[in-house]
Design a protein around this ligand. Structure first.
Ligand code: FMN
Length: 179
């Protein structure tokens, strides 16, 4: 299935994840470039959209969209990508490295609510949503430690154990081609 990974990342975890997915699937990858890349303005919902992508989105059967969650929201750069290319998207998989855990996914700042929003926006074109909570790479005694998770970013040293198992299972699902 012709696939491209399209991603946005501020602190690097989602960039790491996006590159890892593209490397595993041997597919294209492109970074979303906001016209104004100012984090504080994003939080205030002030957003001037994104620059056109270099790849032609409609030539891909599947888009893997990857990026963080902030304040329980589908963040402006990712939202802009969906709004701008909605007519050209055939099928979309949403992936996030986020702060919320699987247990808390349906709480106010959980990724579950964002997944529902993405599915609603894509109207049937979103076939899979997957979260890789940052706690997966934290030792047991730091899993409840907010400061530890805010300071932790995915890298080759910590992408091991539980997260690697989840990742391999996610990649096999994608390779099956149903999603
Ligand atoms: C201001 C701010 C708000 C955040 N809010 C949420 C949230 O509501 N839910 C969540 O799951 N993670 C939240 N996070 C955690 C980020 O999603 C997480 O740190 C992510 O891995 C950052 O991705 P990046 O390294 O690619 O920028 C927040 C992080 C920041 C900095």
């Amino acid at each position: 299935m012709k696939t491209i990974v399209v991603y946005y990342s501020r602190k690097g975890s989602n960039q790491y994840l996006a590159r890892k997915i593209a490397g595993s699937l041997f597919c294209d990858i492109e970074k979303i470039r906001p016209r104004l890349n100012l984090f504080l303005l994003f939080l205030l919902k002030i957003h001037l959209g994104i620059r056109p992508l270099k790849h032609r989105i409609k030539e891909y059967e599947r888009i893997i969209l990857c990026g963080p969650i902030w304040m329980g929201r589908f963040i402006p750069p990712l939202r802009s990508f969906v709004s701008k290319y909605i007519q050209e998207i055939n099928q979309l998989v949403f992936v996030t490295c986020c702060g919320s855990t699987y247990e808390k996914k349906d709480e106010k700042f959980g990724h579950g609510l964002v997944f529902k929003e993405v599915e609603g926006m894509l109207k049937g074109k979103c076939t899979l949503c997957q979260a890789f909570p940052i706690v997966l790479v934290l030792p047991d005694d730091q899993k409840e430690d907010t400061e530890a998770f805010m300071k932790t970013h995915l890298n080759d040293d910590n992408f091991k154990g539980e997260i690697e198992v989840q990742f391999e299972s996610f990649i096999s699902t994608l390779k099956d081609g149903i999603n």
